[in-house]
Ligand binder design. Structure first.
Ligand SMILES: Nc1ncnc2c1ncn2[C@@H]1O[C@H](COP(=O)(O)OP(=O)(O)OP(=O)(O)O)[C@@H](O)[C@H]1O
Ligand SMILES: O=P(O)(O)OC[C@H]1O[C@H](OP(=O)(O)OP(=O)(O)O)[C@H](O)[C@@H]1O
Ligand SMILES: [Mg+2]
Length: 285
């Protein structure tokens, strides 16, 4: 297999989860402190630790084949770069916010206003779409402070819990996009590197599918099995095994996280007992 080069954030919010997903894929990386490049011991992978904002250009130039990066950064700086996989962590929004005490009547309120942001392309595109002209002030961090120090009338930045907005007396008025960490692919990736990428993606999907599901075991009287099977979505048909107790069976199945509590309520209603729930480490579909 040909070796592929992956960029991950050197330090910051994506660094730990990016290394964790590689680890969950069974890939061990010699991770010396202050090393900017490392090799995997048991998979043909070279890891480059880079600044987030530089990663789209490295992908474009083919310096790295793939990267783990926030979708928001690709929207800002790399719309030409393809996404191979959504990775489910670092979920956030990129939003417009204004001082809490100001009224808001719609996007036309931004006409002629000063907006501080680290995402000028994203804001400009959004404003263009709505035929609004505003004055953008580009700053690299602590954007939420701008209205309080008289630098801007509004801001555009990342919102997650909303606590930074709250602490700075701001309110979110427009959600421009939703983002999560993704696996991005260089347009210059070679066919040989693509084969290795497919192997990596196969492992990543198994990890992500496992994370999003639970293994459910339950007991039920045999006359309730049909109703219970109707409730269990499962990968395939559920496993049904006889219990030592006459007339009873044990059923095993997989339930997705987003429907989990509804399914559990329905199972109880249908006569399921002793329901056990276990995490799934990997799930190969
Ligand atoms: N509060 C947050 N909650 C969830 N995800 C976030 C949050 N802030 C940022 N992110 C996501 O994590 C990514 C990295 O954010 P982080 O603040 O670590 O880096 P940065 O300041 O954008 O870049 P650099 O690597 O240049 O320091 C962002 O691009 C975004 O996708
Ligand atoms: O809605 P919240 O949960 O409060 O998160 C949003 C904040 O998190 C990020 O800042 P970060 O801490 O990364 O600092 P930075 O501005 O230096 O990037 C982002 O730029 C917002 O300021
Ligand atoms: Mg940040």
């Amino acid at each position: 297999m040909s070796t592929i080069k992956i960029a991950i954030q050197k330090s910051g919010r994506l660094n730990e989860d990016s290394l964790q997903i590689l680890k969950d894929c069974g890939i061990s990386i010699d991770n010396g402190k202050d090393q900017l490049k490392a090799s995997a011991r048991n998979f043909p992978l070279e890891v480059f630790y880079l600044r987030n904002g530089d990663i789209p250009q490295y992908l474009r130039d083919g310096v790295v084949d793939i990267a783990i990066i926030g979708e928001n950064v690709l929207i800002e700086k790399g719309e030409d770069i393809a996404i191979a996989e959504k990775l489910g962590f670092s979920k956030c929004k990129v939003s417009l916010a204004i001082p809490k005490e100001k009224d808001y009547n719609g996007i036309s309120d931004f006409q002629g206003k000063r907006i501080a942001t680290s995402y000028p392309n994203t804001v400009q595109q959004y404003l263009n779409k709505h035929n609004i002209e505003a004055d953008l002030h580009i700053i690299n961090g602590s954007v939420e402070i701008a209205p309080n120090i008289g630098l801007a009338d509004a801001i555009c930045d990342i919102v997650s819990s909303g606590s930074t907005l709250f602490k700075n007396n701001l309110k979110e008025v427009e959600v421009m996009l939703k983002s999560e960490a993704v696996l991005a692919v260089s347009p210059k990736i070679t066919n040989e590197a693509k084969e290795t990428l497919e192997k990596l993606q196969f492992r990543m999907r198994a990890v992500l599918n496992g994370k999003n599901s639970k293994y459910v075991l339950l007991n039920a009287p045999n006359d309730k099995i049909e109703a219970i099977i109707g409730i269990l979505p499962g990968m395939n048909s559920p496993t049904v095994l006889p219990l030592a107790k006459e007339g009873w069976s044990s059923l095993h199945s997989v339930v997705k996280d987003n429907e989990f509590w509804q399914v559990i309520d329905d199972l109880k209603e249908a006569g399921a007992e002793s329901i056990l729930v276990a995490p799934i480490e990997k799930m190969v579909l």
